[in-house]
Design a protein around this ligand. Structure first.
Ligand code: ADP
Ligand code: ADP
Length: 225
């Protein structure tokens, strides 16, 4: 049984079908990348997995259970967006710990988990700063910290590096891959950047006009004519 299964998933906005019957299986611990041109439906697909968008038809299974109507906070998923949406008036530590405080996690436990996330992301020296006092790369690391502190079984990334400059992007790719190795959770990562997809993915899903065009390991896809 795969951890994540999309079975003939479709999405209609008004009368237009945006996602046209998508089947995807993702294994536990896998780093899967969905790549495709702008407008092909990547974000919509990710938002349906997260529960931020209704599924028009088809089944979404997580751990073998159909979760089409399970609320976002009960899916064990964290999502990192392109725009970081940090809370400007909170420190880095408060931003990272906020989701846990909403869940009424014990204060000492929050402190410990924020500390661990900050160490993984090399943010320890910045915990008392506000988002305005951080660089773009540092802000993106805080956004990732907010996701991993919840210890989700699945992390969704929606073009998380596209606002960063080229050098930082390459550095953050390596950091995300290291984090995935250490953390071991399943990742679905959306990008329009083929190089990013080839570098990071264990499995690549090529989406085109709302349909899966190809699925495979990066090298296998690369070798095709
Ligand atoms: P991608 O992430 O691949 O760039 P999106 O999933 O964001 O693609 O969008 C796919 C298509 O769906 C686009 O044509 C977009 O305009 C359309 N779309 C996305 N969200 C909505 C919405 N809420 N209402 C109507 N159309 C939408
Ligand atoms: P205010 O300062 O008016 O109280 P909030 O604390 O609600 O505003 O939000 C501050 C910032 O955090 C805003 O830029 C908003 O977009 C962002 N934000 C609000 N809610 C969330 C959320 N659930 N997840 C991520 N970002 C959020």
């Amino acid at each position: 049984m795969s951890q994540i299964e999309l079975i003939n998933i479709k999405k209609q906005f008004e009368n237009t079908e945006i996602v046209k019957g998508v089947d995807i299986h993702i294994e536990k611990g896998e780093f899967a990348v969905i790549v495709g041109p702008s407008g092909c439906g990547k974000s919509t697909l990710l938002r349906m997995i997260a529960g931020l968008e209704d599924i028009s038809s088809g089944e979404l299974k997580i751990g073998g259970q159909v979760v089409n109507h399970v609320s976002p906070d009960k899916r064990g998923i964290a999502m990192v967006f392109q725009s970081y949406a940090l809370y400007p008036h909170m420190t880095v530590a408060e931003n990272i710990g906020f989701a846990l405080s909403l869940q009424k996690v014990d204060k000492q436990e929050i402190k410990q988990r924020v500390k661990e996330a900050a160490e993984m992301l090399e943010l320890t020296a910045l915990l008392k700063r506000k988002p305005a006092e951080l660089s773009g790369g540092q802000r993106q690391r805080v956004a990732i910290g907010r996701a991993i502190v919840k210890r989700p079984q699945l992390i969704l990334f929606d073009e998380p590096l596209s606002n960063l400059d080229a050098k930082l992007r390459v550095q953050m790719r390596a950091e995300l891959m290291r984090l995935h190795r250490e953390f071991g959770s399943t990742v679905i990562y959306v990008t329009h950047d083929q190089v990013e997809a080839m570098t990071m993915a264990q499995k690549i899903i090529v989406l085109n006009q709302g349909k899966v065009a190809q699925v495979g390991k990066p090298m296998a896809l690369y070798k095709q004519p």
